[in-house]
Ligand binder design. Structure first.
Ligand code: AFP
Length: 361
């Protein structure tokens, strides 16, 4: 019967029964879920929420120099408020805070570090498009309070990762290292119900997601891959592709977990100081863990994302993730470009049948 489907709490008790620190990790993830429920209620109110309303005169900027929306600030406070009191975390890193958040001594515990982006895709808030919260849990094995260096662990060391997506339904998708599982918020009983156990990404896909307005800044391997997808059945891929771009990483990753696909936010020359737009610790790493636990692959384009050793807590990184065979093809294109064996993509405008042949110009 419907009321017998596992709740998040039951699922965590079963999956973490034998894990080191299992009960504490379960309790921390329940606190994160409580923060997600609060954020879902605030996001659903939109402009009706006193602090949700856009107040341009009170605009602030975050560590990345990006204008913070009131909800960016409020959701950050909500996550910290729900997760600092339980004596389960030693410290936190948030996209919205320049330095790691240090807990008051009485509240600090040894075990876990919580890293999160409280409101991903916030540029979509004003146009009522799905947004999300992304989180990652790392281990902290020292008695002393964590410093920034304690967070600089490769993604392979995550002990849990997940996201909430605030869409037509509010869902929580998470992994504790034994598969990727989806829970739907039943607002009537206020509980997350396991609705998508053991998510598996389909082996093949004909859907890619990238912001094509950056095309002129992409590196050749990415131009080659996307160009071949756009050529569809008239090119070497021999099938037509579909393109999506929601500008909300949580929504893109959710679509990939539900029906396959590949997401790219690659390194580009638009701002040579930035090796990509997305942040390693609280966007790329948790999403890569979820994707790999569901049978996909997360990559920088040149190698596994989860093996990258972070250099700073807000480090940016190129991201290519999704259906394994597509990500491996993109990695192969990067290798072929670097060893000079690639076949640069030539737009159909310049093929032998067109008037735009280079020698004809
Ligand atoms: P915001 O949180 O500032 O809206 O950025 C969202 C994001 O980090 C990620 O969720 C999107 O995939 C990506 O940026 C969208 O970037 P573009 O606006 O350059 O398309």
């Amino acid at each position: 019967m419907f009321y017998q489907r596992p709740t998040l709490s039951k699922f965590l008790i079963e999956h973490l029964r034998d894990a080191p620190d299992g009960p504490d990790l379960s309790a921390l993830l329940i606190d994160v879920a409580a923060a997600v429920k609060t954020i879902a209620a605030v996001v659903a109110k939109g402009q009706l929420h006193v602090r949700g309303a856009a107040a341009p005169d009170r605009a602030t900027t975050n560590v990345h120099g990006e204008v913070q929306k009131p909800l960016d600030v409020l959701t950050n406070e909500i996550v910290i408020g729900h997760c600092e009191w339980g004596g389960l975390v030693a410290g936190m890193v948030s996209e919205e805070l320049e330095a790691p958040y240090e807990l008051p001594d009485g509240l600090r515990a040894r075990r876990h570090l919580l890293v999160f982006d409280p409101l991903d895709g916030s540029s979509n808030i004003d146009v009522n498009v799905s947004v999300g919260t992304i989180f990652s849990v790392l281990r902290h094995d020292r008695d002393e309070a964590p410093g920034a260096r304690d967070y600089l662990q490769p993604g392979r060391r995550q002990i849990a990762a997940g996201y909430a997506i605030y869409g037509p339904t509010t869902m929580l998708v998470l992994s504790v290292g034994r598969g990727t599982h989806g829970f739907t918020l039943d607002r009537e009983i206020g509980n997350f119900i396991l609705t998508h156990p053991d998510l598996r990404i389909p082996e093949t896909t004909s859907e890619f997601a990238i912001n094509t307005s950056n095309e002129r800044f992409w590196e050749p391997p990415v131009q080659r891959y996307v160009g071949e997808c756009k050529e569809g059945r008239s090119g070497i891929r021999d099938r037509d592709f579909n393109m999506r771009w929601i500008a909300s990483m949580v929504a893109e990753v959710h679509r990939i977990l539900m029906r396959g696909g590949v997401f790219l936010y690659p390194r580009d020359t638009k701002d040579p100081r930035k090796p990509g737009r997305l942040r390693l610790l609280y966007e790329a790493n948790p999403m890569s863990m979820l994707i790999e636990q569901a049978g996909g692959r997360g990559s920088t384009g040149r190698g596994p994302l989860l093996d990258v050793v972070p250099e700073s807590i807000h480090q940016r990184i190129p991201v290519v993730l999704g259906t394994r065979e597509e990500v491996e093809r993109i990695e192969r294109y990067h290798r072929e470009h670097e060893d000079g064996t690639d076949r640069p993509f030539v737009s159909p405008l310049f093929n032998e049948r067109s008037l735009f042949r280079p020698e004809a110009l």
